[in-house]
Design a protein around this ligand. Sequence first.
Ligand code: PXL
Length: 351
Amino acid sequence: MSIGSKIKRIRIQKHISQKQLAETLGYKDKSMICKIEKNVTKMSYEKMLLFMKKYDLSASELFQDALDIIETHSKILTIQDVSCFGQCSITVALPILSACGYETAILPTSILSTHTSGFKDFVAKDLDEQMHAFAAHWKKEGLKFDVVYTGYLGSVSLIDFAISAVEDFKKENALVFVDPALGDRGKLYPVFNTEYAIKMRELLAKADVIKPNITEACFITETPYQEKYDEAFVKLLIGKLKQFTNATIVLTDVSFTPGTTGVYIYENKQFKYYKHQKLGDGYHGTGDIFSASFVAAMLKTHSIYSAAKMAADYVYRCIKVTLGDNSHWYGVKFEQLLNDFVNRINNKKGK
Ligand code: PXL
């Protein structure tokens, strides 16, 4: 992960002295970098990791019990479509990231009257040409971002655009997050074909973290989709994805038993699974809500597992408040729980 060298101001618990801090961080004397003023010091993430290792703390324990990040200003660029109605892509990413305190810029690759899953006769305008002109302007302005996060793009040519935008607009240590957003429940979204899924491999190669669901992992790796599968199948998919990317893999919608689902993570050669109750039969836009809330939580907790857990729990609660309202079939009522999600990530409280 490459957000490592960013310096953050952090609050130190009173019982940690400057001397202890300097020793933990490997300084021979009380270095200036360990100067504590009003319980606040400055430290890079790399040093925080050292600190966690020394005291054998997980990131969430560290942030909850010992340190509290007090400056989290990050600039995020998200590249995905604008579905004008339907609670997905930019219309969920922007409010979630802004509410969590992140300055968020957008490159809207296409604009649609609604999303494409369930609405008939939707109207779509591809903004490929405009995006190249916007990017040319941004390059002149020298704009750069701490995070570049891509979602639903719309065409093979727009994947090429996203690849060049990642290169052009990421800061040196930026986090690149790719949600391939091309299908669900065993099917590609209406406008996509296998060429799009295969092209997506090139964008995955640029990422630090990728978030396919099982359907997307199957199409990208040209593996026949299975309704029922076991852990060996999930590991096979991860193995195949690894041929195209060195990114950490956050695989969503991984369900081994009928009443449960979860997130399967491959990070640093290790597998982790976060399982929770499965509600409903699949809701539109939940993958996009997961991605935006995962990115937001990731920047606060610096832990893939706790960010995945927080994002999955948020999606679960959004589905819970939407279940039973048949008129709301096109998305979930994420707005009602957004404030609660922000409080949870700020307090680093899991479920
Ligand atoms: O939620 C993914 C998504 C995003 N954007 C558009 C979509 C979909 C899923 O159907 O159609 C336009």
